[in-house]
Design a protein around this ligand. Structure first.
Ligand code: NAP
Length: 254
């Protein structure tokens, strides 16, 4: 396979950075997209230096079609095309249902669910020109499988993404584009690092593999969906959670 040309949204930190890192380590050309261009540039130069691959920063806001169309054009200009779109950007501000405002709901749904639609739609013209177009969406276990207080809007957005991919994959199949989703469990990101030892060890103890996920654990799953070997896999999901959703009770964890 020739060098893959990859765009990862929400890649200045967290899971998106882990996805970008795995592709860069495997020799892909990678574009790191975030609203904060300076943060995206810092991540891009860190990954370029660490891997020797071509990694660029692109400013973009997944809630804006205009912004995402410009971002995709910028990637195509820099790399000469686009093969892989990782629609990863997402937010998770908590709000209990009784207090949730319509603005709270709209912000999360507009970013996570409508943002996924806007991101994928903006990339279709470029992906159609690839011989092996791939879309990998970052969903979650929260919503499709589990729930957590404060995240009814977030869970709805993450479950909605799975409904989206099941029709998107059919519509895009005629172009040879596959559309799949990764469902992460609790992943150690910069945001979690400040939560303190007690909190983190309690979380780790509720997971059969006894650790939080690493951002690159999600990157490897995305890399699989984008690989030549996954060319016949579309409309599918993979849970990457260390077994977190499986124990029936605390007793099951031993
Ligand atoms: P994070 O560390 O907070 O990073 C979020 C990234 O998204 C940043 O690069 C941020 O940069 C970007 N972003 C936010 N809003 C954006 C917008 N409107 N347009 C473009 N970029 C935007 O988040 P994370 O924890 O890695 O989560 C990433 C994805 O994984 C999300 O879809 C989340 O739902 C999913 N997930 C996370 C976990 C977990 O344990 N962390 C578990 C399951 C699923 P800017 O602010 O500069 O734009």
């Amino acid at each position: 396979m020739s060098t893959q040309k990859v765009l990862v949204t929400g890649a200045s930190k967290g899971i998106g950075k882990g996805i970008a890192s795995v592709f860069a380590k495997n020799g892909a050309d990678v574009a790191v997209l975030a609203r904060d261009l300076a943060a995206a540039e810092a991540t891009a130069s860190e990954l370029a230096q660490a891997t020797g691959s071509k990694v660029i920063a692109v400013a973009g806001d997944v809630t804006s079609k205009e912004s995402m169309t410009a971002a995709v054009n910028r990637v195509v200009e820099a790399f000469g095309g686009l093969d892989v779109l990782c629609a990863n950007a997402g937010i998770f501000p908590a709000a209990p249902l009784e207090d949730m405002t319509e603005d709270d709901w709209d912000l999360v749904l507009n970013t996570n669910l409508k943002g996924t639609f806007i991101t994928v739609q903006s990339a279709i013209p470029a992906l159609k020109n690839s011989s092996a177009g791939r879309v990998v969406v970052t969903s979650s276990i929260t919503g499709p499988v589990t729930g957590f207080p404060g995240w009814s809007h977030y869970g709805a957005s993450k479950a909605g993404q799975l409904g989206f991919i099941r029709t998107a994959c059919i519509e895009l199949a005629k172009y040879g584009i596959t559309v799949n989703a990764v469902m992460p469990g609790n992943i150690m990101t910069e945001g979690l690092q400040g939560m303190g030892e007690d909190y983190l060890s309690q979380m780790a103890n509720s997971i059969p593999l006894k650790r939080l996920g690493d951002v690159e654990d999600i990157g490897h799953a995305a890399y699989y969906f984008a690989s030549a070997g996954a060319g016949y896999v579309t409309g599918q999901t993979i849970v990457v959670d260390g077994g977190q959703i499986l124990p029936e009770s605390l007793e099951a964890l031993g």
